[in-house]
Design a protein around this ligand. Structure first.
Ligand code: ATP
Length: 457
C-alpha cells in the first residue's frame, strides 16, 4: 500500500483493535473515537514516554492531575469565555459549516494564508473571489461569525443559565490555578515546571481527519514558570526538546517542521507549532507558547490572590512568565501509527503488514506461541506467566505459526517466542525479531533480560 490514506488508517485501526468509531452501534457520534485494546496500550506508552522525558528526567518538574470542571471564573480570567472562538461560515444551500480561515486556505491550495485576516477580510475574500461550497458547489454563504469552542454544561439539577460551567478547552488553567500550591508544597525555586496529562474538549467547527481533530482529546502539557527575561531562551529550548522527543520515538526529521505563528493567540508573545507530514498535509502535533505573565496576572486580578514570586537570592518580586509546551496525545498517536505502518513483500511472494513501533511504544513487548497447542501449552503458559510480571505479554495458540507471526507483526510486538520440544527438553525457546524476522535461540531464563534491555526509552 504505497499511499496510506487517513481512511485506510481508520479502517486498519478498526480492524485490528487500535481505534474504533465512538458509539458505533448507534451509528457513532461524529468525530468521537474509542481506543481499543492495542490503541489504549499504545496511547498509554506514549504518555509514559512523555512523562519519562518531561517529568522524570527533568529537575524541578512535577505532575498534577487537576479537575476537568473548574470554577467558571477561571475561564473568564483566562479570556476563553470572550475570546476562544473560531470564524464560522455556513453554506446557506446545503447547510455545511466551515471554519472560514481553513476554508480559504484549502480552496486556494494554501496560496492564501487566512490566519492573519480579520472576519471582514475573510468574508470579502470569499465573496470577491467567488469561492464555492466544496460540498454542493453553490456560492451562497452566511456572514463569517463567531463560533465559541467552549462546551457548556450545567451544575445542579436545573438547567439554569446561572449555573453554567465549562468542559475545559485546555489543561493549562489547571496548572496555573495550582501554581501557588505546587510552588509551596514542593519548596521549588524558579524555573520550575508543572506537567499534566488530561482530556480537553473543544466544539470544533470542522472536526475531522480521523483522530486529528476531534471534539474530545487528550493533551500532555508542560508549563515552565520562569523569571521574565528568561522566557525566550526557554521557549527556544522547549521547541527543540519537543522535536527531539518525537524524533526519538521514531518520527523522522524530514517529516517534521516548525511553523511559527504569524497571528498570535490572545495570551501569547511567541508561538510555534511542530507539524508532522500526514497524508492530508502538514498538521500540528505540538505547540510551544511564550504566554508571558498573562495567565498569572489575570488570575491575580480575578481571584485577588497574589501570584508574585519572591526571588530568595535578590528579594525581587515579580509575576513569573510561563513557557508552555503542549502535545496532543491523539495526534501524536496518529503520527506514530502512520510512521509505524509498513507493508513488506516477503521472499515467498506473500506480503506482511507490520507495525514497526519503537519497542517502548509497542502495545505488547513479547508474545508467547506454543508450537503445538496440546503438547506445548503447559510450559508456554508458565513462561507467559513469568514474562507478564515484567512486560505486557500476549499469548496466541490458534492457527498456524505463520498466521500467529502475522498477527504479532500487526500488533507491532517486537518479539515472538516459540515454544516447542526444545523448550521441554533443553529449556530453550526460539525468539523472532519483528523487524528483521531473524530468529535466535535463547535459554528460558535469558528472555526477561533480553527483552527488557530492548524495550526501554
Ligand atoms: P489547531 O490549530 O490544530 O486547532 P491549536 O493550536 O488550537 O490546534 P493548542 O491549543 O496549541 O492547539 O493545543 C495543544 C495541542 O492539542 C495541539 O498541538 C494539538 O496536538 C492538540 N489539539 C488541539 N486541538 C485538538 C483537537 N480538536 N483534536 C485533537 N487534538 C487537538
Amino acid at each position: 500500500m504505497k499511499n496510506l490514506t487517513i481512511e485506510n488508517m481508520a479502517n486498519f485501526c478498526k480492524q485490528y483493535g487500535f481505534i474504533y468509531q465512538g458509539s458505533e452501534i448507534y451509528n457513532g457520534l461524529a468525530n468521537t473515537w474509542d481506543y481499543g485494546p492495542l490503541g489504549t496500550r499504545l496511547k498509554n506508552n506514549f504518555k509514559d514516554a512523555w512523562r519519562k522525558r518531561f517529568v522524570q528526567e527533568r529537575p524541578n518538574s512535577y505532575e498534577i492531575d487537576a479537575s476537568i470542571l473548574m470554577n467558571p471564573k477561571v475561564w473568564e480570567a483566562s479570556g476563553h469565555v470572550t475570546s476562544f472562538y473560531d470564524p464560522k461560515i455556513d453554506c446557506k444551500h446545503c447547510k455545511t459549516r466551515f471554519r472560514a480561515d481553513t476554508f480559504i486556505n484549502a480552496t486556494t491550495n494554501g496560496k492564501v494564508n487566512a490566519e492573519t485576516m480579520t472576519f471582514e477580510e475573510m468574508q470579502n475574500f470569499i465573496r470577491d473571489n467567488h469561492l464555492k461550497c466544496p460540498v454542493c458547489g453553490h456560492e451562497d454563504f452566511t456572514d463569517v461569525r463567531k463560533f465559541s469552542q467552549m462546551f457548556e454544561t450545567y451544575r445542579g439539577t436545573v438547567d439554569d443559565k446561572k449555573t453554567v460551567i465549562y468542559l475545559r478547552p485546555e489543561n493549562a488553567q489547571g496548572e496555573y490555578v495550582n501554581y501557588l500550591n505546587v510552588l509551596r508544597t514542593t519548596r521549588s525555586k524558579l524555573p520550575f515546571s508543572i506537567a499534566q496529562v488530561g482530556k480537553a474538549f473543544r466544539n470544533e467547527v470542522t472536526p475531522g481527519n480521523f483522530t486529528f481533530r476531534t471534539i474530545e482529546f487528550e493533551q500532555m502539557e508542560f508549563q515552565t514558570f520562569c523569571e521574565p527575561g528568561k522566557d525566550i531562551e526557554l521557549y527556544e529550548y522547549f521547541k527543540e526538546y519537543a522535536k527531539k522527543f518525537f524524533m526519538d520515538l521514531g518520527l523522522p526529521e524530514e517529516k517534521l517542521r516548525f511553523h511559527n505563528h504569524e497571528k498570535l493567540a490572545f495570551y501569547a508573545k511567541a508561538a510555534c507549532d511542530i507539524e508532522y507530514k500526514f497524508p492530508f498535509g502538514f498538521g500540528e502535533l505540538n505547540g510551544t507558547h511564550d504566554r508571558t505573565d498573562y495567565d498569572l496576572s489575570r488570575h491575580q486580578q480575578y481571584s485577588k490572590q497574589k501570584m508574585e514570586y519572591v526571588d530568595p537570592m535578590t528579594n525581587k518580586k515579580f509575576i513569573p512568565y510561563i513557557v508552555e509546551s503542549s502535545i496532543g496525545v491523539d495526534r501524536g498517536v496518529l503520527a506514530l501509527l502512520f510512521e509505524a505502518y509498513h507493508e513488506e513483500k516477503l521472499g515467498d511472494g506473500t506480503t506482511r503488514e507490520v507495525m514497526k513501533f519503537h519497542p517502548y511504544l509497542a502495545p505488547y513487548k513479547v508474545t508467547v506461541l506454543p508450537l503445538v497447542k496440546k503438547r506445548h501449552s503447559e510450559i508456554a503458559l508458565s513462561i507467559y506467566k513469568k514474562l507478564s510480571k515484567y512486560f505486557m505479554t500476549s499469548y496466541d495458540d490458534s492457527g498456524s505459526i505463520g498466521k500467529r507471526y502475522r498477527r504479532s507483526d500487526i500488533a507491532g510486538t517486537p518479539f515472538a517466542i516459540t515454544i516447542d520440544d526444545n523448550t521441554i527438553n533443553n529449556k530453550t525457546v526460539t525468539l523472532r525479531d519483528r523487524d528483521t524476522m531473524r530468529q535466535i535461540i535463547l535459554n528460558i531464563d535469558e528472555i526477561t533480560t533480553f527483552v527488557g534491555d530492548r524495550v526501554t526509552f
